[in-house]
Design a protein around this ligand. Sequence first.
Ligand SMILES: C[S@@+](CC[C@H](N)C(=O)[O-])C[C@H]1O[C@@H](n2cnc3c(N)ncnc32)[C@H](O)[C@@H]1O
Length: 397
Amino acid sequence: MYDEESNNLDMPCVLNIAESTHQMGKLNLIPEYSYGLSETDNCLIQGDNLHILQYLTKHISGKVKCVYLDPPYNNGESYLHYYDNMGHDQWIENISKRLLIIRELLSSSGSLWISIDDSELHYLKVAADKIFGRENFVSTIIWEKRTTRENRKAFSRNHEYILVYAKKASLWNKVRNTLPLTKEATDRYKNPDQDPRGPWQSVTANVQAGHATPQQFYTIISPSGKTHNPPKGRCWVYPEYRMIQEISANNIWFGKDGNGVPRIKKFLSDRKEGLVPETLWRAETVGTTSDAKKHLLELFSEISLFDTPKPEQLIAQILKISTNPGDLVLDAYLGSGTTCAVSHKMNRKYIGIEIGSHIRTHCASRLVKVVNGEQGGITDSISWIGGGGFKFYKFEK
Ligand SMILES: C[S@@+](CC[C@H](N)C(=O)[O-])C[C@H]1O[C@@H](n2cnc3c(N)ncnc32)[C@H](O)[C@@H]1O
């Protein structure tokens, strides 16, 4: 299960990505855009992600735990900071080249998360299946990106998608984190009988009779004297001797009046596992595009607003599921810097790549604020207080 963050920024610096021993190009450190602790693996790299990803294969192959990609969706929209209208074939070829390299960079328990909308989702799925293998496709998440109606189009598009792939799904399914219990989930636990072990919720005490043994068919007599038999086609979950033990240990609930169908009490204090992530990510949990824009406006009222930022809560949810503190996160289409800001606050190492000059005006300045203890986005939920640092490089071929 996902562990609350430790805010321990004392992580050894091990990646040495700027030590170039090959001809693919080099990373030039730009000290005036770097900030905070200099002993850090965190970095922003300005340049074309194709060349930079190729360069990184010499340094971090098999080391990246989570890659998040939020490429231009090729939906024909025009944005202030980047171009989003490539020919379809070119777009697929472009992203496929990058996915091939990203697969190499991922660790054996690593995963890839790609944001996308209707325009290219299905084509991207086919292209990514070819590279990762259909058996390594994990899921398609639906993210509710807006809660208001958009009246300009035939349908108001209130959601988009996140495609999830694992380097090796059979392994990833075992190591991925569950999510912390929500208030809604803990509120389902009550204590109507004032049990000293604390709140509990009840689950059915009967199961399908398919694989039952004869010991699972018997009559239960409730404390009030009422008799209960398992429903047709079902049997009791325990054999009779065990059911008697559970009843005397006050682990079976017969309703307030003692006449109800027997049910098993499950205590909140015994619950070890968190919540299995669901595929529908609601705005109320992970935020909307408009929340992300409001956050950017609070950060930078003085510079042009980035059109398509993701909310910090959305990226935090991805990192909670796919990584642990100290793991390496890569974003090859950094935009306004959300993935790096969230990774920094959650104590993950990160590499953010962005071609546009907004990597200086938006990403680097945003991270300076994060290092200084910036108060927006996920800050409250993880008690972020600041610290750490990052390096800024420009890639030269
Ligand atoms: C949709 S935005 C990402 C938004 C980001 N997730 C955020 O929260 O702000 C896509 C970004 O990819 C960048 N980009 C497009 N092609 C690129 C390339 N070849 N190399 C690096 N960055 C690229 C664009 O400049 C743009 O900033």
